[in-house]
Design a protein. Structure first.
Length: 438
């Protein structure tokens, strides 16, 4: 098959030699691309090349120049140089600069073919190793940045993110403030082919419109008062990577007349209901449909309460690493309070509450007393009728059953939760509610 043939670029200003080598190498199973000058060769450098064979002495653009450009643009493609005796020293120096090998003219067909096949094997192994290392680094980065949670609504959002990450699609992440939209955006970036390039984030709502334009697209010197020098915008700075924020592939800096080509992926996030904003004329319809290619909704923390213990454990571990200390643990009453609270500020509020608790705790165990008052205080129970119902309410039956299981398990809440078929965090919440109800 043609696609399985190693692809070689032959470069020499001697046309007869190029023709001879083309016939030879095609007969030996190579797919041949040829050039009669160094400049033409550089124009023909493509990703599908397996090896470059170049004469070292050519007018204007030499084999050394071809070597340098190949190393810069196609680092895994080996370059073999052809040299006459007079330029042998230059060939040896070129090997030191990254050439795979050199062959001295005149050479035999067998000698040349042996070197070229070795070069092909070397290039493919090098490329495979680089790809493998890149994949390992990508997996390591994505594992470290993977958002934490096990609740179904959260895992559904995470599954969409992991599915679209390898694509170039624009993503719109929606959710309340503090739900982890930037964390999810960075995870998508790390899983993508752009993971080794920049991830840049900008809070559009925090900047005035005039400044936002300059921050995104850049400006040229003298375009407005205070523009004392050219400024690179975030679209250009994120070239090759991801910009966390309209699907554009060229931008015009403020005050400039020529567009600048950029290659960025857009991930936008908002805590607003954009469709509602559109209905009120507060958001552009065309921009919404540019951004809303892949929509991901992050649920608030109150809708994923069983993730609270996991998140808390992770935050406490991170705080310990920063401080170089042992990880502090939550007492049962503290964990119960955390699981019962509604967390209007979501994951960010949980993180801040735990950071405060760690700072306020001298020992190894965090108690409810060091948590913010808003987390531990109980809302007053509504007034109810004093008339006893004819049959016990479902809540009464549930409470009696839970207390019975707890007694049967000797007060061990973990084993009781297993018997009840619920998560320990759910049991903690129920017990905390029973306690508050008296």
């Amino acid at each position: 098959m043609e696609n399985s043939k190693p692809r070689i670029l032959i470069v020499d200003d001697e046309e007869s030699l190029v023709e001879t080598l083309t016939v030879l190498l095609k007969r030996e199973g190579f797919a041949v691309v040829s050039a009669l000058s160094g400049r033409e060769a550089i124009e023909k450098l493509e990703d599908d090349l397996d090896v470059v064979l170049a004469d070292i002495r050519m007018p204007k653009v030499t084999g050394i120049d071809v070597l340098s450009e190949t190393r810069s643009r196609l680092p895994d493609v080996p370059v073999v140089l052809m040299t006459a005796q007079a330029s042998l020293q230059s060939a040896i120096q070129a090997v030191n600069q990254g050439a795979f090998y050199y062959v001295q003219k005149p050479f035999t067909n067998e000698e040349l073919l042996a070197i070229l096949w070795k070069a092909v094997d070397y290039g493919r192994v090098t490329s495979e190793n680089r790809t493998l290392k890149r994949e390992i680094r990508r997996r390591d980065r994505s594992a470290r940045s993977k958002p934490i949670g096990k609740c179904r609504n959260f895992l559904d959002a995470l599954n969409v993110a992991e599915t679209v990450a390898p694509t170039e699609s624009t993503v719109l992440i929606q959710g309340e403030s503090g739900t982890g939209k930037e964390v999810l955006a960075r995870y998508i970036h790390e899983l993508s082919e752009r993971g080794e390039h920049s991830f840049l984030s900008i809070n559009c709502g925090a900047l005035p419109e005039s400044l936002l334009e300059s921050e995104l697209f850049g400006h040229v010197k003298g375009s407005f008062t205070g523009a004392v020098r050219d400024k690179q915008g975030l679209f250009v700075a994120a070239n090759g990577g991801t910009l966390f924020l309209d699907e554009q592939h060229e931008v015009i800096p403020v005050g400039a007349t020529e567009p600048v080509q950029v290659d960025v992926r857009i991930i936008a996030a908002t805590n607003a209901d954009l469709e509602e904003r559109i209905r009120h004329g507060a958001f552009r319809t065309d921009l919404f449909y540019r951004l809303n290619v892949i929509a991901i909704h992050l649920p608030p923390l109150r809708e994923r309460r069983d993730d609270v213990p996991l998140l808390a454990e992770n935050f406490l571990s991170e705080f310990a690493k920063r401080r170089g200390a042992e990880t502090k643990r939550l007492s049962e009453d503290a964990l119960g309070a955390l699981c019962e609270y509604d967390w209007p500020g979501n994951v960010r509020e949980l993180e801040n509450a735990l950071e405060r608790a760690v700072a306020m705790t001298q020992g190894e165990r965090i108690t409810a007393e060091v948590l913010p008052i808003r987390v531990t205080e109980r809302q007053p129970m509504p007034l109810v009728s004093g008339q006893r119902p004819a049959n016990p309410a479902l809540e009464v039956i549930e409470r009696a059953y839970i207390e019975w299981v707890l007694r049967a398990e000797g007060g061990n809440k973990t084993r009781a939760a297993e018997v009840l078929g619920i998560d320990p965090s759910t049991l903690y919440r129920k017990l905390a509610r029973f306690e508050s109800e008296g």
